[in-house]
Design a protein around this ligand. Structure first.
Ligand SMILES: Nc1ncnc2c1ncn2[C@@H]1O[C@H](COP(=O)(O)OP(=O)(O)OP(=O)(O)O)[C@@H](O)[C@H]1O
Length: 262
């Protein structure tokens, strides 16, 4: 990873390799144009924020990147690999991982089992993955991730007993087991008790700083966007409005107009 640099205190986009590239993506649902020619790039080692009013198309873009929707036009690349047209498991295998807005856990399984079920299960179902003998190295990594998100004291607890914020932290650990090149986070702090918001933002920034994990993050909380993002894309009604360093992008008059009618 090439670390982001600063120039007089201002973030300068690293001259690093572009790991995720979205070009001209279009998606319509019946008569609704959800994405109308979206371009976006995430460079190695960055945390990139994605903001925009409700209905702007942010989640649809994540679905298109992860292969959950076919795109009508345009392309998505991860490094040199074209993801367009690939199915979701193959996209995960290629190096992308996603955390959903609503935490998704298996409530009857323990915290440890929830992480382990995310190991590579090509050719088998998730459950048979869990019950086959797991590589010691994978178990060690799962336990290390659980420790990283501060859930070791709950490692044998059923995930259904965790709070909403703890489930999000668990989901974050789950997305990391496959050692992805880029992690997509859909509103990581939404619905989380304010006490745990800092734990989540700290986990994201530590993962980025200490392990070089690259993130693309949809977030509505502007304080969080300012705090964690190196670069921000702003969407309005199905397309890019602007992008740049957080202060500049979020104070762009077109953004203030789209958000606040100023
Ligand atoms: N499966 C679908 N079928 C029909 N319309 C859809 C579908 N998914 C999204 N849309 C429409 O596409 C547009 C973009 O929605 P999307 O959920 O991507 O926006 P968003 O920016 O993620 O909004 P929010 O911030 O509220 O999550 C909206 O008009 C939405 O109603």
């Amino acid at each position: 990873m090439v670390p982001p640099t600063t120039d007089g205190g201002e973030y300068v986009r690293p001259d690093a390799e572009t790991v995720l590239r979205v070009e001209g993506v279009e998606k319509t649902f019946g008569g609704v144009t959800a994405l109308d020619g979206v371009d976006l790039e995430v460079r190695d080692g960055e945390i990139v924020g994605l903001v925009g009013p409700n209905g702007a198309g942010k989640t649809t873009l994540f679905n298109c990147i992860m292969g959950e929707h076919d795109v009508d036009a345009g392309s998505v690349h991860l490094g040199d690999t074209e993801l367009t047209g690939m199915n979701t498991p193959d996209i995960v295998q290629a190096g992308l991982s996603r955390m959903f807005q609503l935490a998704r856990v298996f409530p009857e399984l323990t915290v440890r089992e929830n992480v382990l079920i995310n190991q590579d299960h090509s050719g088998e179902t998730m459950l048979t993955t869990l019950f086959r003998e797991t590589d010691e190295e994978v178990v060690r990594r799962a336990e290390e991730l659980i420790e990283f998100v501060d859930l070791t004291h709950l490692i044998d607890e059923q995930a259904g007993n965790l709070s909403g914020g703890q489930k999000k932290l668990l989901n974050l650990a789950c997305t990391l087991l496959s050692e992805p090149d880029v992690v997509l986070l859909d509103e990581p702090t939404a619905g989380v008790n304010p006490n745990l918001v800092d734990d989540i933002t700290e986990s994201i920034t530590e993962l980025n700083r200490d392990r070089g994990t690259t993130f693309l993050v949809i977030e509505h909380d502007m304080d969080v966007v300012h705090e964690i993002s190196d670069h921000v894309y702003v969407f309005a009604t199905a397309t890019n409005l602007t992008d740049g360093e957080p202060n500049a992008a979020l104070n762009d008059p077109r953004v203030l107009e789209a958000y606040f009618g100023e």
